[in-house]
Design a binder for this molecule. Sequence first.
Ligand SMILES: [Zn+2]
Length: 330
Amino acid sequence: MTASLADERRVQRLDMHVHMVGNGVAGSGGWLRLSGWHRWLAGFMLRQLGVPASALEGDLEAIYAEHLGKLARESSMDAVILLAHERVHDPDGTPREDLGSMFVPNDVVLGLAKTFPEFLPGVSIHPARRDALDELERCLEGGAVLMKCLPNCQNIDFSETRFQRFWERMAESGLPLLAHTGGEHTVPVINAALADPRLLRFPLECGVTVIAAHCATKSGAFDRDQFDAWAAMLREFPNLYGDISAMISLNRCGHLRDCLRAEIAPRILHGSDFPVPVLGHRMWLQGWIDRATFRRCQEIRNPLERDWQFKLALGFSEEIATRTTGLLRQ
Ligand SMILES: [Zn+2]
């Protein structure tokens, strides 16, 4: 690699929180099971992205990946981290196919990252799986750059000491953990208490670089807001970060401007949480941005770019998108 190519790589702009969605129609082994509110929400999200809701019955993986690849290429981002989605597991490591709303196997994102240069693979492994360490090795060989979990939706208690070897192997291999923290409304919750950022102490002590998704903010009116608990942990753990994904929204934007504070800003990473809708209305109504800025950003059709432009307008620096590269396993 020449020096200029190496420089280019170092200053890559990344959206580090983008979901893969699929229904397994083409044989990936994944599935999507939506009912009631979640089915309505999925159809709504697809339509506002320009994908017909009928894609839910077709080869959704292929339709979604093509559409997302195009959005990424047409945005200010150089690449996005595309996330797999693990199944719910019992504490003894039994997968629960009857719970949860979707399963995106690791091979789906590992495979797509080989075809699409704008995708980097973020895998998802329940640490209680009987083959958790083997799956971790397989994913490392396959080029995983990050590992994502939703502890409250997948039933993972990060603080369990029996996961020590798993966290140590992640730390050794330089694979960061992206952990959902705070409330959740787009995927069914199994145990809300597991979204507490304080449970991340154990993987942090094992040396893992941990990114708390959504900075432990609340999603709905009845969730607990754990932003302050997360912010206090930043002082103690230099290997702890937070992403501001899904925070350009009506329900999760409350702490966005707190993330600009001098002691917090250096730990903030840019993610969109695509395909979660990007809505800046409340930021305008609260006077954080003026009407012209709101309209300019809200009218951007590409949701990846809309999310990014709202963040720049709020005063976030380019570094929130370039900082991630240095934290990933390369
Ligand atoms: Zn997410």
